[in-house]
Design a binder for this molecule. Sequence first.
Ligand SMILES: [Zn+2]
Ligand SMILES: [Zn+2]
Length: 181
Amino acid sequence: MDGSGTEPRYLWIRKLATIRRPPRRTVRIVKHRTLPPTARLSLLVVFSVAVLLFMLWRFWQPAEVVSPRERAITDVEFVYKCERNHAFRALGQVGHRSCPVCEQPAYPRWRYACEIHGTFEVALYFGIGADGVPKVTKLRLPGRDWIAVDKTLRCPRCNRELKRLPEDPLDLPRRRLPEGG
Ligand SMILES: [Zn+2]
Ligand SMILES: [Zn+2]
């Protein structure tokens, strides 16, 4: 037992290991399959048609009339008013804007009317809707708490339902927006 039994076995395993080492085949390059010219042409045609259809589709999209309500608030200029009634025009944004005069939070306003007690300026809060799009999510009567936009606004004096006046800041034409300098 001087290892004569193990040594050959060991060598055999080494040999096997060297044999089983994957041979390096440097020349095994997969031939690039070249398509016949007709196939290439038809592929090109299909691709061109797809691009053309996509461009047509893209061209058609903006042609649809987007109502002001559907425009992103960040594209529309609003009259913001702070608690102290400083007014300024600015593009809509989620949350409030700070008044440039007194730094109080400022919100755009809608006018609501009670048939007896006249009009109220209701502050609008822009939040993120369920669809992920910024929109008016809350309303606030002067001196009151915010309520969800789908709740009925009631006159703080007689509790009658307030009607929104047709004037709508979202319908305001874009004015004083930078037109590329
Ligand atoms: Zn102010
Ligand atoms: Zn009233």
